[in-house]
Design a protein around this ligand. Structure first.
Ligand SMILES: C[S@@+](CC[C@H](N)C(=O)[O-])C[C@H]1O[C@@H](n2cnc3c(N)ncnc32)[C@H](O)[C@@H]1O
Length: 192
């Protein structure tokens, strides 16, 4: 076995990838992580999905590919320029709501909402408002983060934040947790 994906990529993936490169966006999730996101997405038929940090929609396209027709995905980002790329290529999918909003404001406005799957790929729901994000998971719901192994683009001090986040997650008693030293470093939690 190798890590090669050897399966179909989402229909718009190559176009989004080209637009992403042209835009200068350099925070996209790697393709191995995206493949995992799709596989796990398929485990929640009729599910309610949340992605915190759309970027240009690369990971969004993979998550959507794993969704069945009765599932819905809300994906938020505060950067309208990058979100516009996701809108161009994925906006036609009526399972998807793309929301241009600051993460903190989104949490304020959506308290009490429940999800079966959260991919937390920005500050809020990961390094900030972690409790609030975990509280939004239904029993059996998946909490997924990537970039937990040292990355070249980490600013000074970020490594300490990552170590603290792992400790915080490990100390929770409401998640079954698995850490994968694979791809960019993945943590998957399942809500008890
Ligand atoms: C790691 S990138 C997301 C990458 C995307 N999931 C992908 O795989 O291509 C993090 C995103 O968080 C967004 N972001 C940063 N600060 C934010 C905030 N305060 N509220 C909402 N989004 C924010 C950035 O614009 C960026 O697109």
């Amino acid at each position: 076995m190798t890590e090669e994906i050897n399966q179909n990529y989402p229909k718009s993936y190559q176009q989004i990838n080209a637009a992403t490169k042209a835009s200068g966006f350099d925070m996209a999730s790697d393709v191995l992580t995206c493949s995992l996101l799709k596989t796990l997405a398929a485990s929640k038929p009729s599910g309610k999905f949340l992605e915190l940090g759309t970027g240009t929609g690369l990971s969004t396209s993979w998550i959507l590919d794993g969704l069945d027709k009765d599932s819905t995905l809300i994906s938020i980002d505060n950067d309208a320029k990058f979100l516009a790329i996701a809108k161009d290529y994925l906006g036609h999918d009526d399972r998807l709501s793309l929301v241009n909003i600051d993460g903190a404001v989104w949490f304020e406005e959506n308290e009490g909402k429940k999800f079966d799957y959260i991919f937390a790929d920005t500050w809020h729901g990961k390094y900030l408002l972690l409790d609030e994000a975990i509280a939004m998971l239904n029993k059996g719901g998946l909490y997924i983060i990537d970039d937990m192994l040292p990355q070249q683009n980490w600013p000074d001090g970020h490594q300490e934040k990552a170590i603290k986040l792992i400790k915080d997650l490990e100390s929770r008693d409401d998640l079954h947790l698995t850490k994968q030293v694979w791809a960019t470093g993945i943590v998957i939690g399942v809500k008890k």
